[in-house]
Design a protein around this ligand. Sequence first.
Ligand code: IPE
Ligand code: IPE
Ligand code: MG
Length: 232
Amino acid sequence: MPQHIAVIMDGNGRWAKKRGMPRTAGHKVGAETFRSIATYCKDIGVKYFTVYAFSTENWKRPAEEVDTLMNLFRRYLKEAIETMAEKNVAVQVIGDLSVLAEDIQKLIADCNREAQNLENPAIATLCINYGGRDEIKNAVRALARKVQAGELLPEDITESMISEHLYTAAMPDPDLIIRPSGEIRTSNFLLWQSAYAEYYFTDILWPDFKPEHLEQAIEAYNKRQRRYGGIG
Ligand code: IPE
Ligand code: IPE
Ligand code: MG
């Protein structure tokens, strides 16, 4: 079983369009898919489940669509705070959260506080206003400040130090990254962390994604031979 599964939740808009519905309707169903797949992951023993929910580039979308997504984050964060103890799933959010509405930032803080009471929980991570390049830029800035302060020599910067300055510092790298909806690209997701991840692409649109599709992805993952540059 992969320890860490990450998903680029894509295809909500096309799912809605196919049905003659507004794109926002696709996001609502996509959010329900997140809930059911996160629960399923926990049930089958996946310790870390990470989803790309809103990228640093998604602000380009119409305000109404962005508002719908932000309202969905509000709703699901509230639900997470209420049900976390019962489910033993710690929900956390990563990304540049500083530009999110204050009430959303407060919900995220409440979530983190609630998560601290859990014992050995499964970890569900929502990436909101997340960009892989933005994340690496922030890590570089933090390390540069240490060099500037005379606390660190440039030649002493290690790969682990860079990992430790990413939003995912406390998490293992993803083993399996799933992208539904037929697009074959990373779209700026976990650029550093995905160095040796196994990718799985499927044409299924995210709102149609069911536990059986996750099972298919895990089955494909289990047939792969991970060599990490060696000869296996
Ligand atoms: C993914 O679905 C959700 C977000 C990026 C927020 P899309 O909204 O990108 O759906 P498509 O790709 O347009 O179908
Ligand atoms: C990636 O999907 C971002 C999220 C799923 C949050 P996009 O729909 O934004 O990616 P592109 O634009 O097709 O590359
Ligand atoms: Mg998309």
